[in-house]
Design a protein around this ligand. Structure first.
Ligand code: PXP
Length: 239
């Protein structure tokens, strides 16, 4: 069965809105794990707009499933990752002005920097994943970097409005999953996935882990986090 990696960044976003101590992403992670999440994902951004260094440090010692740290391939972040040692790092592109991660990494253009970063992380015992668009050339380049996993950016699929556009994006994801697996990389996926659009992606098969944040935290505000996580875990059973 595919695993749910619960992204708790939005819990930290609400906390930062008042600059206080609640709600705490550490508590959210614990509730998420008890409800069936098999991974906790956080993005430590350069501007620290939501997750703080303190969250990463505490989650490192409290997460029992798997801690997946999303980060940019910068010297500062590599140093932090090698100190804190999450089980997995997912390298993502980062722009200061963006509301959320807007696209996959350009592995083709940045192959040397990404390859060097992966080597340092893997030498430190950390599993590495690269967040990439479902683009065959980017996936072939990803293989050359030595990464263990790719995480397919599902944003274009999630943003597609018309049925034929959705089918087209779904086919791109399917082709990307098959190519990545054929060349020996594990496949995760995420971005913009919700309780409706997850079904068709999960039915493709071949994806090990889904990193989902916004839709789960949005539902949690109405029905509670335990129920919101359980509802998503239930849908992943059809993967
Ligand atoms: N995967 C990556 C690499 C991301 O950057 C994000 C957003 O932080 C997600 C998954 C989760 O996206 P969403 O919040 O839309 O579920």
């Amino acid at each position: 069965m595919a695993k749910l990696g619960l992204n708790v960044d939005h819990i930290a976003t609400v906390r930062q809105a008042r600059g206080g101590v609640e709600p705490d992403p550490v508590t959210a992670a614990a509730i998420g794990e008890m409800a069936g999440a098999e991974g906790i994902t956080i993005h430590l951004r350069e501007d620290r707009r939501h997750i703080q260094d303190r969250d990463l440090e505490i989650l490192r010692s409290t997460v029992k499933s798997k801690l997946n740290l999303e980060m940019a391939a910068t010297q500062e972040m590599v140093r932090i990752a090698l100190t804190v040692k999450p089980e997995q790092v997912t390298l993502v592109p980062e722009k200061r002005q963006e509301l959320t991660t807007e696209g996959g990494l350009d592995v083709i253009v940045n192959i040397k920097q990404i390859t060097d970063t992966i080597k340092r992380l893997k030498d430190g015992g950390i599993v590495v994943s690269l967040f990439v668009d479902p683009n065959q050339e980017q996936i072939k380049a990803s293989k050359k970097t030595g990464t263990d996993y790719i995480e397919i950016h599902t944003g274009a699929y999630a943003g597609a409005v018309m049925w034929d556009e959705q089918q087209h994006e779904l086919e791109n994801i399917d082709t990307a999953v098959k190519l990545a697996r054929k060349v020996g990389m594990g496949v995760n996926a995420g971005h913009g996935l919700n309780y409706v659009n997850i079904k068709a992606v999960a039915a493709l098969g071949g994806i090990e882990e889904y990193n989902i944040g916004h839709s789960i935290i949005a539902r949690a505000m109405l029905v509670g986090l335990d129920r919101a996580v359980r509802d998503m875990v239930e849908l992943l059973k059809y993967a």
